[in-house]
Design a protein. Structure first.
Length: 511
């Protein structure tokens, strides 16, 4: 069988890589980290010199655009120098526009090892012949800006963004690890605790960069819905400009009122249109009766059957514990279900002509990310497109947290001041903004937010009850706080600005 990984990159490291081979290989497989993509195994050429082959030339070239890569390992970072060949560069003074910066030549001291096919190099249903899939051929004389444009276009066409949704204990994080074939997501074994922070990881699966976004469980046993909203914001930025698929995860068992409430909440956050881009995925498949397939299980419950129909009939089942070593051609095998999952997702995307789920919120997030990308490119020209986008997403996430903090603080204080019987007492008691901040700290969630950036980032509650928001004072305070927070650099500064502005506005109103 012909090896599909034909584009080599040679690596020289500051230490042997044999014991961390898989981690280094994963680094070069993830485009947002290295600029690479689908690649074969890392093979030794000689002492501290290695070779890795990429399937697509664009990925090879993107890796070579940086001569030095730093891979973070458990015992510390390792520096890896890359180049396109073992031969020294030509002596002529001419270099082509698209050639990456190259380090000093490597000297081959030993024999070479032939590459092997990567484990996840299977074909997906939407792949085209290589000439069309890769876009225009990258020739040595191609302009660097044209090359970047082609690479960015390929990145969007050859990627999947998938969001996992479900209640605590449904097995989302374990499922994400099963899909990636390694423990990248933090998984909990108690049904009463689970993911508390949104986590995103990317890996090349079946020839395409696949980003999984694991979200905190709906109806979390310890956290309010307001606490979860900042992590939903993180989800929005991580899968911008929109996910290709939602995986709605359920435990095999009874489809109860609580499961239906999860679906209702998903539609509330993302709209009913989200179901047109959703796949229902069950975990704990070993609990199915012998010989029963998931379609029959679904058919026995009308509410569940109706939900699956709203999702285009798309449903699969995994068992993150018992089906890992089952032969891949058997139904009760995670490999069998994994292939079916990506065939289902790719067919769904192809049927929608390559489109993904989006709405006004996603569009606004992407608009802000692109604005930051333009600014970052101008300020730091040595960053890769992937690094630029990661920085831009982080800035947008922080902006939204600042905005929410201003609205939360303002609405809370506005509602408080709006209670007529408390106005005089509050104004007498609060003589300066620092005392306002002390008051805020006594209020659940908002107090945790201003107490420290870590507390806020892990879940500032936009700290307003539904009743308070709809009072006149709450609405007025929210608007005032939002305006005051503009220009703040941190959520804490936003809270302080909002508190001061709302206090002054209500003090003036009752003079």
């Amino acid at each position: 069988m012909e090896d599909i990984h034909q584009h080599p990159v040679f690596l020289e490291s500051s230490r042997p890589l044999e014991e961390v081979r898989k981690k280094v290989q994963r680094y070069f497989c993830v485009r947002r980290r290295s600029g690479g993509g689908d690649c074969g195994p890392l093979t030794a050429v000689s002492q501290n010199i290695y070779r890795i082959h990429f399937r697509h030339r664009q990925d090879q070239q993107e890796v070579l655009r940086r001569s030095l890569h730093v891979v973070e390992l458990e015992d510390g970072p390792v520096e890896i120098t890359v180049r396109s060949s073992l031969e020294p560069p030509a002596s002529s003074g001419c270099t082509t526009p698209s050639s990456p910066a190259e380090p000093p030549p490597l000297t081959e001291k030993g024999g070479s090892s032939s590459g092997m096919l990567a484990e996840n190099s299977g074909e997906v249903s939407h792949e085209k012949p290589e000439r069309d899939e890769d876009g225009p051929r990258i020739d040595h004389g191609m302009d660097p800006e044209a090359f970047t444009s082609v690479q960015e276009d390929f990145k969007h066409k050859g990627s999947r963004r998938i969001v996992l949704l479900g209640k605590t204990g449904s097995g989302k994080s374990h499922l994400a690890n099963t899909i990636f074939g390694e423990e990248l997501f933090t998984a909990y074994h108690s049904p009463h605790s689970g993911t508390v922070l949104c986590q995103s990881e990317t890996k090349c699966i079946y020839g395409a960069d696949t980003t999984l976004v694991d979200t905190p469980g709906f109806f979390d046993t310890k956290r309010s819905e307001d606490e979860l909203r900042p992590e939903i914001i993180r989800c929005l930025t991580e899968c911008s400009p929109g996910p290709h698929a939602f995986l709605i995860v359920f435990h095999v068992g009874k489809f109860t009122k609580q499961e239906q409430e999860v679906v209702d909440k998903i539609c509330q956050f993302f709209s009913n249109d989200a179901l047109q881009h959703a796949v229902i995925v069950f975990t704990h498949g070993d609990q199915l009766p012998p010989e029963m397939k998931i379609e029959k299980f679904v058919a026995e419950n009308k509410n569940l059957s109706d939900l699956v129909q709203k999702c285009g009939g798309r449903c699969l089942v995994f068992d993150n514990k018992h089906w890992n070593n089952t032969p891949p051609d058997q139904y009760r095998s995670n490999q069998f279900q994994l292939q079916a999952l990506f065939e289902t997702i790719d067919k769904m995307v192809a049927d929608k002509k390559g489109s993904y789920y989006t709405n006004e919120v996603f569009q606004e997030v992407e608009k802000r990310i692109q604005a930051y990308e333009g600014k970052i490119k101008g300020e730091a020209g040595n960053l890769t497109p992937v690094e630029v986008r990661e920085r831009a997403k982080a800035n947008v996430h922080n902006d939204f947290l600042i905005q929410l903090t201003g609205i939360a603080t303002g609405a809370l204080l506005g509602a408080f001041f709006g209670l007529a019987g408390m106005v005089v007492k509050v104004i007498k008691a609060i003589k300066n903004p620092s005392e306002v901040m002390n008051l805020i700290k006594k209020v659940p969630m908002v107090g945790a937010a201003v107490g420290g950036e870590v507390a806020l980032a892990s879940g500032i509650a936009v700290g307003v009850t539904a009743g308070a928001v709809f009072t006149t004072g709450g609405v007025l305070g929210g608007v005032t706080g939002s305006e005051a927070a503009k220009g703040a650099k941190t959520p804490r500064e936003a809270a302080e600005r909002a508190a001061k502005a709302v206090t002054e506005r209500f003090r003036d109103a009752i003079k």
